[in-house]
Design a binder for this molecule. Structure first.
Ligand code: ADP
Ligand code: MG
Length: 369
Protein backbone atom coordinates (compact mmCIF):
# COMPACT_ATOMS: atom_id res chain seq x y z
CA UNK A 1 0.00 0.00 0.00
CA UNK A 2 1.40 3.45 -0.89
CA UNK A 3 2.14 5.90 1.94
CA UNK A 4 -0.89 8.07 2.65
CA UNK A 5 -0.68 11.68 1.46
CA UNK A 6 -2.63 12.86 4.48
CA UNK A 7 -2.62 10.97 7.74
CA UNK A 8 -4.62 11.99 10.79
CA UNK A 9 -3.29 9.69 13.46
CA UNK A 10 -5.28 9.40 16.72
CA UNK A 11 -6.15 13.09 16.69
CA UNK A 12 -7.48 14.70 19.88
CA UNK A 13 -8.58 18.33 20.09
CA UNK A 14 -9.86 20.00 23.26
CA UNK A 15 -11.54 23.32 23.84
CA UNK A 16 -11.18 25.02 27.17
CA UNK A 17 -13.92 27.33 28.33
CA UNK A 18 -14.28 28.73 31.84
CA UNK A 19 -11.77 26.23 33.20
CA UNK A 20 -13.73 23.36 31.72
CA UNK A 21 -12.14 21.06 29.11
CA UNK A 22 -14.39 19.89 26.31
CA UNK A 23 -13.05 17.18 24.00
CA UNK A 24 -14.34 18.08 20.52
CA UNK A 25 -12.32 15.45 18.61
CA UNK A 26 -11.31 12.16 20.16
CA UNK A 27 -8.90 9.59 18.86
CA UNK A 28 -9.76 10.29 15.23
CA UNK A 29 -7.73 8.52 12.55
CA UNK A 30 -8.02 8.55 8.78
CA UNK A 31 -5.77 8.54 5.75
CA UNK A 32 -6.08 9.72 2.17
CA UNK A 33 -3.96 8.89 -0.85
CA UNK A 34 -2.77 11.71 -3.11
CA UNK A 35 -5.67 12.96 -5.24
CA UNK A 36 -8.32 11.27 -3.14
CA UNK A 37 -11.38 13.12 -1.85
CA UNK A 38 -12.48 12.26 1.67
CA UNK A 39 -15.54 13.42 3.56
CA UNK A 40 -16.44 13.86 7.20
CA UNK A 41 -20.18 13.34 7.47
CA UNK A 42 -22.15 13.92 10.65
CA UNK A 43 -24.69 16.05 12.48
CA UNK A 44 -24.02 19.58 13.66
CA UNK A 45 -21.69 19.73 16.66
CA UNK A 46 -19.98 16.37 16.11
CA UNK A 47 -16.56 18.00 15.56
CA UNK A 48 -16.20 18.26 11.76
CA UNK A 49 -15.09 21.89 11.62
CA UNK A 50 -12.71 21.32 14.50
CA UNK A 51 -10.92 18.60 12.50
CA UNK A 52 -10.51 20.99 9.55
CA UNK A 53 -9.25 23.77 11.84
CA UNK A 54 -6.68 21.39 13.28
CA UNK A 55 -5.54 20.35 9.80
CA UNK A 56 -5.21 24.04 8.79
CA UNK A 57 -3.19 24.75 11.92
CA UNK A 58 -5.74 26.90 13.73
CA UNK A 59 -6.27 24.50 16.64
CA UNK A 60 -3.49 22.85 18.65
CA UNK A 61 -3.60 19.08 19.13
CA UNK A 62 -4.11 17.61 22.59
CA UNK A 63 -2.94 14.27 21.19
CA UNK A 64 -2.07 12.43 17.99
CA UNK A 65 -0.33 13.79 14.90
CA UNK A 66 -0.98 15.11 11.41
CA UNK A 67 1.27 13.97 8.58
CA UNK A 68 0.98 15.81 5.25
CA UNK A 69 2.98 14.65 2.24
CA UNK A 70 5.49 12.83 4.42
CA UNK A 71 6.03 15.70 6.90
CA UNK A 72 4.67 15.66 10.41
CA UNK A 73 3.06 19.12 10.53
CA UNK A 74 1.54 18.82 14.00
CA UNK A 75 1.62 16.77 17.16
CA UNK A 76 0.76 17.48 20.79
CA UNK A 77 4.10 19.29 21.33
CA UNK A 78 4.65 21.31 18.19
CA UNK A 79 2.85 22.67 15.20
CA UNK A 80 3.79 24.19 11.84
CA UNK A 81 2.08 27.55 11.33
CA UNK A 82 -0.91 27.58 8.94
CA UNK A 83 0.93 29.47 6.14
CA UNK A 84 3.59 26.76 5.91
CA UNK A 85 1.06 23.94 5.38
CA UNK A 86 -0.22 25.00 1.92
CA UNK A 87 -3.80 24.16 2.74
CA UNK A 88 -6.66 25.84 0.84
CA UNK A 89 -10.07 26.31 2.39
CA UNK A 90 -13.58 26.89 1.05
CA UNK A 91 -16.24 27.88 3.57
CA UNK A 92 -20.00 27.69 3.57
CA UNK A 93 -20.47 31.45 3.14
CA UNK A 94 -18.12 31.87 0.11
CA UNK A 95 -16.38 34.83 1.83
CA UNK A 96 -15.71 36.57 -1.50
CA UNK A 97 -14.62 40.22 -1.50
CA UNK A 98 -17.77 42.08 -2.59
CA UNK A 99 -15.86 45.08 -4.02
CA UNK A 100 -13.54 42.92 -6.20
CA UNK A 101 -14.56 41.35 -9.50
CA UNK A 102 -14.18 37.63 -10.16
CA UNK A 103 -10.69 37.95 -11.64
CA UNK A 104 -9.39 39.93 -8.67
CA UNK A 105 -11.07 37.61 -6.19
CA UNK A 106 -9.22 34.70 -7.80
CA UNK A 107 -5.91 36.62 -8.04
CA UNK A 108 -6.11 37.23 -4.31
CA UNK A 109 -5.45 33.53 -3.77
CA UNK A 110 -2.40 33.37 -6.02
CA UNK A 111 0.15 35.50 -4.19
CA UNK A 112 3.53 36.28 -5.74
CA UNK A 113 3.84 35.46 -9.42
CA UNK A 114 4.91 37.33 -12.56
CA UNK A 115 2.09 39.43 -13.99
CA UNK A 116 1.59 37.57 -17.27
CA UNK A 117 1.79 34.22 -15.56
CA UNK A 118 -0.77 35.34 -13.01
CA UNK A 119 -3.19 36.44 -15.71
CA UNK A 120 -2.86 33.06 -17.44
CA UNK A 121 -3.49 31.22 -14.20
CA UNK A 122 -6.63 33.26 -13.42
CA UNK A 123 -7.97 32.48 -16.88
CA UNK A 124 -7.18 28.80 -16.54
CA UNK A 125 -8.88 28.61 -13.13
CA UNK A 126 -11.95 30.56 -14.29
CA UNK A 127 -12.21 28.23 -17.26
CA UNK A 128 -11.91 25.19 -15.02
CA UNK A 129 -14.77 26.30 -12.76
CA UNK A 130 -16.92 27.28 -15.73
CA UNK A 131 -16.74 31.06 -15.28
CA UNK A 132 -14.44 32.09 -18.13
CA UNK A 133 -17.00 34.64 -19.32
CA UNK A 134 -17.58 36.18 -15.91
CA UNK A 135 -14.15 37.53 -14.97
CA UNK A 136 -15.36 41.16 -14.86
CA UNK A 137 -18.50 40.44 -12.84
CA UNK A 138 -18.91 41.27 -9.18
CA UNK A 139 -20.07 38.72 -6.58
CA UNK A 140 -23.56 40.25 -6.27
CA UNK A 141 -24.07 39.68 -10.02
CA UNK A 142 -23.51 35.94 -9.60
CA UNK A 143 -25.78 33.16 -8.37
CA UNK A 144 -24.93 31.31 -5.16
CA UNK A 145 -23.57 28.37 -7.13
CA UNK A 146 -21.37 30.67 -9.24
CA UNK A 147 -20.07 32.46 -6.16
CA UNK A 148 -19.13 29.15 -4.63
CA UNK A 149 -17.25 28.24 -7.82
CA UNK A 150 -15.29 31.50 -7.55
CA UNK A 151 -14.44 30.63 -3.95
CA UNK A 152 -13.25 27.25 -5.18
CA UNK A 153 -11.09 28.81 -7.91
CA UNK A 154 -9.57 31.19 -5.35
CA UNK A 155 -8.78 28.31 -2.98
CA UNK A 156 -7.22 26.30 -5.83
CA UNK A 157 -5.22 29.30 -7.14
CA UNK A 158 -2.03 28.72 -5.12
CA UNK A 159 -2.14 24.98 -6.00
CA UNK A 160 -2.61 23.90 -2.37
CA UNK A 161 -1.30 20.56 -1.15
CA UNK A 162 -4.65 19.95 0.41
CA UNK A 163 -8.07 21.49 -0.12
CA UNK A 164 -10.58 21.64 2.73
CA UNK A 165 -14.26 22.38 2.11
CA UNK A 166 -16.46 23.15 5.12
CA UNK A 167 -20.16 22.67 4.25
CA UNK A 168 -19.54 24.46 0.93
CA UNK A 169 -23.02 23.83 -0.46
CA UNK A 170 -25.24 24.39 2.54
CA UNK A 171 -26.30 27.91 1.48
CA UNK A 172 -27.46 26.60 -1.90
CA UNK A 173 -30.80 25.27 -3.07
CA UNK A 174 -31.32 21.58 -2.52
CA UNK A 175 -31.54 20.65 -6.20
CA UNK A 176 -28.38 22.60 -7.01
CA UNK A 177 -26.32 20.97 -4.26
CA UNK A 178 -25.95 17.50 -5.64
CA UNK A 179 -25.22 18.77 -9.14
CA UNK A 180 -22.60 21.19 -7.89
CA UNK A 181 -21.08 18.47 -5.71
CA UNK A 182 -20.50 16.34 -8.81
CA UNK A 183 -19.05 19.33 -10.71
CA UNK A 184 -16.78 20.28 -7.83
CA UNK A 185 -15.56 16.72 -7.63
CA UNK A 186 -14.54 16.91 -11.29
CA UNK A 187 -12.83 20.28 -10.80
CA UNK A 188 -10.86 19.02 -7.81
CA UNK A 189 -9.87 15.87 -9.66
CA UNK A 190 -8.74 17.91 -12.68
CA UNK A 191 -6.57 20.02 -10.39
CA UNK A 192 -5.02 16.91 -8.85
CA UNK A 193 -5.66 18.19 -5.31
CA UNK A 194 -6.29 15.97 -2.32
CA UNK A 195 -9.36 17.18 -0.46
CA UNK A 196 -11.55 16.80 2.59
CA UNK A 197 -15.20 17.81 2.41
CA UNK A 198 -17.24 18.36 5.55
CA UNK A 199 -21.02 18.04 5.38
CA UNK A 200 -24.11 16.84 7.25
CA UNK A 201 -25.75 15.85 3.93
CA UNK A 202 -25.18 12.26 2.88
CA UNK A 203 -26.18 12.91 -0.74
CA UNK A 204 -23.41 15.49 -1.05
CA UNK A 205 -21.00 13.09 0.57
CA UNK A 206 -21.98 10.28 -1.81
CA UNK A 207 -21.77 12.56 -4.87
CA UNK A 208 -18.36 13.90 -4.04
CA UNK A 209 -16.20 11.65 -1.89
CA UNK A 210 -14.10 8.55 -2.48
CA UNK A 211 -14.13 7.78 1.22
CA UNK A 212 -16.51 8.91 3.91
CA UNK A 213 -16.08 9.02 7.66
CA UNK A 214 -19.33 9.06 9.58
CA UNK A 215 -18.64 11.17 12.67
CA UNK A 216 -20.35 10.90 16.00
CA UNK A 217 -19.40 12.79 19.17
CA UNK A 218 -15.91 13.69 17.98
CA UNK A 219 -14.98 10.24 16.68
CA UNK A 220 -15.24 8.40 13.37
CA UNK A 221 -17.74 5.56 13.53
CA UNK A 222 -16.71 4.14 10.12
CA UNK A 223 -14.27 5.24 7.39
CA UNK A 224 -15.29 3.62 4.10
CA UNK A 225 -16.36 4.15 0.52
CA UNK A 226 -20.05 5.12 0.22
CA UNK A 227 -21.08 1.70 -1.08
CA UNK A 228 -19.73 0.01 2.04
CA UNK A 229 -21.34 2.52 4.41
CA UNK A 230 -24.63 1.80 2.74
CA UNK A 231 -24.45 -1.97 2.39
CA UNK A 232 -22.25 -2.89 5.32
CA UNK A 233 -22.60 -0.29 8.08
CA UNK A 234 -20.14 -1.32 10.77
CA UNK A 235 -22.26 -0.28 13.73
CA UNK A 236 -25.59 1.19 14.85
CA UNK A 237 -24.41 4.78 14.60
CA UNK A 238 -23.70 4.41 10.89
CA UNK A 239 -26.79 2.29 10.21
CA UNK A 240 -28.90 4.93 11.92
CA UNK A 241 -27.35 7.90 10.15
CA UNK A 242 -27.15 6.59 6.59
CA UNK A 243 -30.27 6.03 4.52
CA UNK A 244 -33.15 6.85 6.91
CA UNK A 245 -33.50 3.26 8.00
CA UNK A 246 -35.26 1.92 11.08
CA UNK A 247 -33.62 -0.49 13.53
CA UNK A 248 -36.25 -3.10 14.40
CA UNK A 249 -35.71 -5.71 17.13
CA UNK A 250 -35.72 -9.41 16.32
CA UNK A 251 -34.41 -12.76 17.49
CA UNK A 252 -31.70 -14.73 15.74
CA UNK A 253 -31.67 -18.54 15.83
CA UNK A 254 -29.10 -20.67 14.08
CA UNK A 255 -25.43 -21.50 14.08
CA UNK A 256 -22.28 -20.29 12.35
CA UNK A 257 -23.51 -21.88 9.10
CA UNK A 258 -26.54 -19.60 8.97
CA UNK A 259 -30.01 -19.30 10.38
CA UNK A 260 -32.88 -16.88 10.58
CA UNK A 261 -34.13 -13.79 12.36
CA UNK A 262 -37.77 -13.50 13.47
CA UNK A 263 -39.15 -9.97 13.30
CA UNK A 264 -42.63 -8.61 13.70
CA UNK A 265 -42.72 -8.38 9.88
CA UNK A 266 -41.72 -12.02 9.29
CA UNK A 267 -38.61 -14.18 8.96
CA UNK A 268 -35.27 -13.21 7.44
CA UNK A 269 -32.73 -15.74 6.20
CA UNK A 270 -29.23 -15.07 7.55
CA UNK A 271 -25.99 -15.86 5.72
CA UNK A 272 -23.13 -17.70 7.45
CA UNK A 273 -21.06 -14.50 7.69
CA UNK A 274 -23.74 -12.51 9.50
CA UNK A 275 -24.76 -15.51 11.65
CA UNK A 276 -21.17 -15.88 12.82
CA UNK A 277 -20.91 -12.16 13.61
CA UNK A 278 -24.16 -12.17 15.60
CA UNK A 279 -23.21 -15.25 17.61
CA UNK A 280 -19.79 -13.84 18.39
CA UNK A 281 -21.05 -10.43 19.45
CA UNK A 282 -23.94 -11.73 21.60
CA UNK A 283 -23.62 -10.61 25.21
CA UNK A 284 -22.64 -13.48 27.56
CA UNK A 285 -23.13 -16.01 24.76
CA UNK A 286 -26.87 -15.45 25.10
CA UNK A 287 -29.04 -17.67 22.86
CA UNK A 288 -31.25 -17.00 21.00
CA UNK A 289 -29.52 -13.73 20.17
CA UNK A 290 -31.48 -10.49 20.51
CA UNK A 291 -30.71 -8.32 17.51
CA UNK A 292 -31.66 -5.08 15.80
CA UNK A 293 -32.26 -5.36 12.06
CA UNK A 294 -31.81 -2.40 9.73
CA UNK A 295 -34.87 -1.93 7.52
CA UNK A 296 -34.73 0.74 4.82
CA UNK A 297 -37.41 1.81 2.36
CA UNK A 298 -36.28 -0.78 -0.20
CA UNK A 299 -36.33 -3.61 2.33
CA UNK A 300 -40.11 -3.59 2.75
CA UNK A 301 -42.54 -4.33 -0.08
CA UNK A 302 -46.29 -3.78 -0.37
CA UNK A 303 -48.04 -7.17 -0.47
CA UNK A 304 -51.84 -7.34 0.00
CA UNK A 305 -51.61 -11.13 0.46
CA UNK A 306 -49.14 -10.89 3.36
CA UNK A 307 -50.28 -11.74 6.90
CA UNK A 308 -48.10 -8.89 8.17
CA UNK A 309 -49.26 -5.31 8.02
CA UNK A 310 -48.73 -1.75 9.16
CA UNK A 311 -50.96 1.32 9.52
CA UNK A 312 -50.27 4.12 7.08
CA UNK A 313 -49.11 7.21 8.99
CA UNK A 314 -47.83 9.42 6.20
CA UNK A 315 -47.22 9.26 2.46
CA UNK A 316 -44.77 11.19 0.33
CA UNK A 317 -45.42 11.05 -3.39
CA UNK A 318 -42.19 11.26 -5.40
CA UNK A 319 -43.38 10.71 -8.95
CA UNK A 320 -41.74 7.45 -9.95
CA UNK A 321 -42.53 5.99 -6.53
CA UNK A 322 -43.79 7.03 -3.11
CA UNK A 323 -42.68 6.58 0.47
CA UNK A 324 -45.14 5.14 2.96
CA UNK A 325 -44.41 5.64 6.65
CA UNK A 326 -46.12 2.77 8.46
CA UNK A 327 -46.70 2.05 12.13
CA UNK A 328 -46.28 -1.59 13.13
CA UNK A 329 -48.25 -3.36 15.90
CA UNK A 330 -45.40 -2.61 18.34
CA UNK A 331 -45.73 1.12 17.64
CA UNK A 332 -42.41 1.21 15.75
CA UNK A 333 -42.36 3.01 12.42
CA UNK A 334 -40.82 1.86 9.16
CA UNK A 335 -40.66 3.41 5.71
CA UNK A 336 -41.53 1.45 2.56
CA UNK A 337 -40.92 2.49 -1.04
CA UNK A 338 -44.03 1.52 -2.98
CA UNK A 339 -45.50 1.84 -6.46
CA UNK A 340 -46.64 5.39 -7.21
CA UNK A 341 -50.05 4.12 -8.32
CA UNK A 342 -51.02 2.85 -4.86
CA UNK A 343 -53.53 5.14 -3.15
CA UNK A 344 -54.02 4.04 0.45
CA UNK A 345 -55.50 6.54 2.88
CA UNK A 346 -53.72 7.59 6.06
CA UNK A 347 -54.97 5.27 8.83
CA UNK A 348 -55.53 2.35 6.45
CA UNK A 349 -53.84 -1.01 7.09
CA UNK A 350 -51.37 -2.03 4.41
CA UNK A 351 -50.07 -5.57 3.80
CA UNK A 352 -46.26 -5.72 4.03
CA UNK A 353 -43.59 -8.25 3.19
CA UNK A 354 -39.87 -8.23 3.95
CA UNK A 355 -37.76 -8.00 0.82
CA UNK A 356 -34.23 -7.73 2.17
CA UNK A 357 -31.39 -8.63 -0.13
CA UNK A 358 -28.46 -8.34 2.29
CA UNK A 359 -29.64 -8.16 5.89
CA UNK A 360 -27.78 -5.84 8.25
CA UNK A 361 -28.19 -6.70 11.93
CA UNK A 362 -26.45 -6.00 15.23
CA UNK A 363 -26.62 -8.03 18.44
CA UNK A 364 -28.19 -5.88 21.15
CA UNK A 365 -26.27 -5.21 24.36
CA UNK A 366 -23.15 -6.13 22.39
CA UNK A 367 -21.23 -3.19 23.83
CA UNK A 368 -19.57 -0.45 21.82
CA UNK A 369 -21.61 1.78 19.57
P1 ADP B 1 -19.41 20.66 13.58
O1 ADP B 1 -18.54 21.39 12.61
O2 ADP B 1 -19.49 19.18 13.32
O3 ADP B 1 -20.77 21.26 13.70
P2 ADP B 1 -17.62 21.76 15.59
O4 ADP B 1 -16.28 21.22 15.27
O5 ADP B 1 -17.91 23.15 15.18
O6 ADP B 1 -18.75 20.76 15.04
O7 ADP B 1 -17.85 21.68 17.16
C1 ADP B 1 -17.60 20.49 17.89
C2 ADP B 1 -17.86 20.74 19.36
O8 ADP B 1 -16.91 21.67 19.87
C3 ADP B 1 -19.23 21.32 19.67
O9 ADP B 1 -19.69 20.75 20.87
C4 ADP B 1 -18.95 22.79 19.81
O10 ADP B 1 -19.89 23.39 20.69
C5 ADP B 1 -17.57 22.80 20.41
N1 ADP B 1 -16.78 24.00 19.99
C6 ADP B 1 -16.54 24.39 18.74
N2 ADP B 1 -15.76 25.50 18.70
C7 ADP B 1 -15.53 25.82 20.00
C8 ADP B 1 -14.78 26.86 20.65
N3 ADP B 1 -14.12 27.79 19.95
N4 ADP B 1 -14.75 26.85 22.01
C9 ADP B 1 -15.40 25.92 22.72
N5 ADP B 1 -16.11 24.92 22.19
C10 ADP B 1 -16.19 24.85 20.84
MG1 MG C 1 -19.04 22.96 11.31
Amino acid sequence: MPLPYLLLDHLCVNYEAAGHVHTAVRDLSLSLARGEIGCLLGPSGCGKTTVLRAVCGFEPLAGGRIVLDGHEVANAQSSEPPERRHVGVVFQDYALFPHLDVARNIVFGIGRMARGERQARVEMLAERVGLAGALKKYPHELSGGQQQRVALARALAPAPALLLLDEPFSNLDLDLRERLAVEVREIIQASGATAILVTHDQHEAFAMADRIGVMHAGAIAQWSPARELWHAPANRVVADFIGRGALIPGTFRGNADGGGISLELGELAVSPGLADKLLRSAANDAYPVNVDVLLRADDIAHDPASPFEGTLVRRAFRGADQLYTLRLASGREVIARVDSELAHEVGERVGLRLSVEHPVAFATNAGGV
